[in-house]
Design a protein around this ligand. Structure first.
Ligand code: NAP
Ligand code: MG
Length: 476
């Protein structure tokens, strides 16, 4: 018998939702010259707020303000002084953690327990960590006096809106650069509250600018001649476009793109623990995770048993209202993303994979997709090759470590991988040979500001986080 949970809804009032949000340029909130957009709660399809967007003139003003702030103040300020501002941002995020978590959940659709326990604390941790570097850059291994680059133009996706903003802004500021950041069209709200925090932390005007809008605003920003460094997180498709348009400009570029990670379970792995790791690997954040463990590779001898345990566990996941503290899987971020998931799942059925979908009830309104596991997947199927970016797992089997490795590396991507085994030597053997930026052993989806993160091949290049991540923001 399983326990039924009563609803435990978080209060929406905590989000301090405002009817309108505006771009943040040169230390002020301004009326953008772009067409305003409406940000929607994907769990209810209601409009949350109207958001002013930046037109080309606003992007130009933001880049020029960032350049002035760089030349006059931020680029010359001693690291120990910059650190004080960055620490202040970290503390203010922590102070407003609950408000930010509720707002993130409303705007993005992710479960409140994730925005509360992962997104917001990790965002604050990124500012804390990088504040510590600001006055120690000469010890980072990039020479005795590493210099910043100038204005960083940064474009982020919708899956971790506040956390991605923190990943981008914190190292840029720590190294002495100024920033113009474009949040994703469907999730601009928490970045604009971060702008409010930055204003209240009294950062000099122009050091950070936030320009909401759609892809055209992103393109305007990355192509602006005043930008010295571009940092992009998003799809491989747009990453390629940006790399093409930046070729020959001398701008420094880092790309964090898609993934199709292998999560590999050997026959000696602790199975219950592995099941938890598989669930966390693919159903965390509705599978809207670039490093999601979306391809499960199971050793053949334990495949049936593992699948049985997995189905049993996945059937207990509570799918629904993201504001409910008991919810495990929330809403798909947008109608477009939901259709993309449905299309790929249909292709999996048509190509002959065996579909299992959780019998969980789904809300009538909003964008939801029940957790789904495909067995009998072969490497040529689209669901084994393409990023689904949703709560859908593809299961393949293998017999030997060599076969596991060959299958794991048979992808154009290379962002992350997981290995489950009792054997330490096998973990090291696999980690050496897996072409992935991050390899987790007996765990999955662990993030820490001190650990570098980034991809191989079509997952992009450059690293974010840790000492290694500083390089992208220094003239080295
Ligand atoms: P996307 O379409 O590439 O969008 C990412 C960002 O780029 C958004 O802010 C988007 O604006 C903007 N953009 C779109 N076209 C642009 C252009 N031509 N020039 C400059 N900017 C442009 O990706 P998405 O669908 O939002 O996000 C999902 C993808 O991101 C997945 O493939 C996922 O794997 C990847 N991702 C990777 C990482 C990583 O760290 N490697 C992390 C998270 C997500 P709009 O919001 O208006 O579209
Ligand atoms: Mg939204």
């Amino acid at each position: 018998m399983t326990w039924e949970y009563d609803p435990a809804p978080e209060s929406r009032a905590i989000a301090n939702l405002k009817p309108t949000y505006r771009p943040f340029v040169d230390g002020e909130f301004v009326d953008g010259t772009g067409e305003p957009l409406k940000s929607v709660n994907p769990a209810t399809e209601e409009v949350l707020a109207e958001v002013g967007t930046a037109g080309p003139t606003d992007v130009d003003k933001a880049v020029k303000a960032a350049r002035r702030a760089y030349d006059k103040v931020w680029g010359r300020m001693p690291g120990s002084e910059r650190a004080k501002y960055i620490f202040r941002i970290a503390r203010m995020i922590a102070e407003r953690a609950r408000e930010l978590a509720v707002l993130e959940t409303l705007d993005n659709g992710k479960p409140i327990k994730e925005s509360r326990d992962t997104d917001v604390p990790t965002a604050s941790a990124h500012f804390f960590y990088h504040a510590g570097w600001a006055d120690k850059l000469e010890y980072a291994g990039y020479g005795p006096d590493p210099r910043p680059l100038g204005v960083a133009g940064q474009v982020i996706p919708w899956n971790f809106p506040l956390l991605m903003a923190a990943w981008k802004i914190a190292p840029a500021l720590a190294c002495g650069n100024t920033v113009v950041l474009k949040p994703a069209e469907t999730t601009p709200l928490t970045a604009l509250v971060l702008a409010e925090i930055i204003q209240q932390a009294e950062l000099p005007p122009g050091v950070v600018n936030i320009v909401p809008g759609a892809g055209d605003v992103g393109a305007e920003l990355v192509n602006h001649p005043g930008v010295a460094k571009v940092a992009f997180t998003g799809s491989t498709e747009v990453g390629k476009l940006i790399q093409g348009s930046l070729a020959g400009t001398g701008k420094k570029l880092t790309l964090e793109l898609g993934g199709k990670a292998a999560n590999i379970v050997f026959d000696d792995a602790p199975l219950d623990q592995a099941v938890e790791g598989i669930v966390n690997g693919i159903f965390f954040n509705q599978g809207h995770v670039c490093c999601a463990g979306s391809r499960l590779l199971v050793q053949e001898s334990i495949a049936d048993e593992l699948l049985d345990r997995l189905h049993e566990r996945v059937a207990t996941l509570r799918v629904g209202d993201p504001m409910d503290k008991n919810t495990d899987v929330g809403a798909i971020n947008s109608r477009d993303q939901l259709s993309k998931i449905r299309e790929l799942v249909t292709s999996g059925e048509q190509e002959g994979a065996q579909r299992w979908t959780s019998p969980c009830p789904l809300p009538e309104k909003g964008f939801f997709f029940a957790p789904t596991v495909f067995a009998n997947v072969t490497q040529s199927m689209r669901i084994a090759r393409e990023e689904i970016f949703g709560p859908v797992l593809s299961v393949l089997t293998f017999r030997t470590p060599d076969e596991a490795l060959a299958k794991a590396n048979n992808t154009p991507y290379g962002l992350s991988a997981g290995v489950w085994t009792e054997k330490g030597s096998r973990i090291l053997w696999m980690a050496d040979r897996l072409r992935a930026g991050v390899v987790w052993a007996n765990t999955f989806n662990r993030f820490d500001p001190a650990a570098p993160f980034g991809g191989y091949q079509e997952s992009g290049f450059g690293r974010e986080g840790g000492r290694t991540g500083l390089e992208a923001y220094l003239d080295v």
